[in-house]
Ligand binder design. Structure first.
Ligand SMILES: NC(=O)c1ccc[n+]([C@@H]2O[C@H](COP(=O)([O-])OP(=O)(O)OC[C@H]3O[C@@H](n4cnc5c(N)ncnc54)[C@H](OP(=O)(O)O)[C@@H]3O)[C@@H](O)[C@H]2O)c1
Length: 314
């Protein structure tokens, strides 16, 4: 297949380029600057410089590339710091997920692109009621906390638009397996505490496994939504000490809910105490996905024990 991959220079994008090439696909990766385009070209594929927020440029790029499939993995989360309000650091990513997705889908329709796969997120999405682990059929959180409403609205928009167009949405877990993983710096600096009983459930996925599921999704008919997460959703009180140990950091601090709310706000308290995890049953069953890193428990140790890995070729 000829595949246009947005965000090819990013954390998931670089892994995906390698796995798509290994699978025999013809990849055109997008990047926002000649510098990051060079990094993608070094992986052996063609690149195009594209700002997804420039609708005209998106149209031109898609029509000229004339791909069979589009994979949308662009986010703008590198170097952002996560404050009490997630909506502010996610503002550009929210636009990539709304305006960027809409522009890509419009161009895909015009160009006759037959497959569309897009990045979404499983964490903090599901209703904070009932059991700790949710499937794709379970209700989404009907009342997201203030400070994350725009993030959630952008993800909901992307999911509706992509599935309405017959595409596939991948609700990834929290990525790990690279040196710029979002949790590495805060956990090393003991800035990520266990809040209250630490009962908020997180789902993780190793970047190599996330890329593998994405390759499989491209070969599957849509519309569909899949949780792309590992086998072991777990509460913060379990995974955070393991991650800290794997990183050689001191054990995480513990904060009572009232203090965490004061310093971190409602979103931090919700994530630490109420968040629900996600089940990967559907992705395994329908995509035939097999994980090389079924649990963060071993995965964190493997990812962080030695020198950081370079993007793997599966
Ligand atoms: N599920 C998750 O846990 C999850 C999801 C996403 C990201 N993250 C984390 O966030 C951190 C940063 O991720 P990342 O390395 O993927 O960085 P990133 O800056 O989010 O890169 C993503 C990709 O999107 C591209 N991009 C950014 N703005 C764009 C625009 N306006 N138009 C088109 N493309 C655009 C980037 O291109 P350039 O390189 O050219 O700027 C890059 O290829 C990592 O720790 C990652 O693991 C986690």
């Amino acid at each position: 297949m000829r595949i246009l991959l947005t965000g090819a220079s990013g954390a998931i994008g670089t892994r995906l380029v390698s796995q798509l090439v290994d699978r025999g696909h013809d990849v055109i990766g997008t990047a926002t600057s000649p510098g990051s385009a060079e990094r993608v070209e070094a992986l052996g594929v063609d690149t195009v410089v594209l700002d997804l927020l420039d609708r005209g440029a998106v149209r031109t790029t898609v029509l000229e590339a004339s791909p069979d499939a589009i994979v949308h993995e662009a986010t703008a989360l590198a170097d952002v710091s996560f404050a009490r309000n997630l909506d502010t650091p996610f503002a550009e990513t929210n636009r990539l997920r709304t305006e960027g997705t809409d522009a890509l889908l419009a161009a895909a329709g015009e160009s006759g692109v037959s497959r569309f796969v897009a990045q979404s997120f499983a964490g903090m999405r599901y209703e904070r009621a009932g059991g700790p682990v949710k499937s794709e059929d379970d209700p989404l959180d009907p009342a997201p906390r203030e400070g994350m409403r725009e993030v959630v609205a952008a993800l909901n928009h992307l999911e509706r638009a992509v599935t309405a167009a017959g595409g596939i949405v991948l609700r990834y877990g929290g990525f790990y397996g690279a040196d710029n993983d979002g949790l590495v710096a805060p956990v090393r600096k003991r800035q990520f505490p266990i809040v209250g009983d630490g009962g908020g459930v997180f789902s993780f996925v190793h970047l190599d496994d996330a890329a593998a599921a994405t390759v499989l999704a491209l070969e599957h008919d849509g519309p569909a939504i899949y949780n792309v997460v590992d086998d072991e959703p777990a509460p913060v009180r379990e995974w955070l000490p393991v991650l800290a140990r794997a990183l050689g950091a001191k054990p995480p601090r513990r904060l009572p809910v009232w203090l965490a709310r004061l310093f971190g706000g409602d979103v931090a308290v919700m994530l630490g105490t109420e968040a629900r995890g996600a089940s990967n049953d559907k992705a395994k069953r329908e995509l035939g996905w097999r994980l090389r890193h079924p649990s963060w428990r071993k995965g964190f140790v493997e990812a962080y024990a030695g020198p950081f890995p370079t993007p793997a070729r599966s």
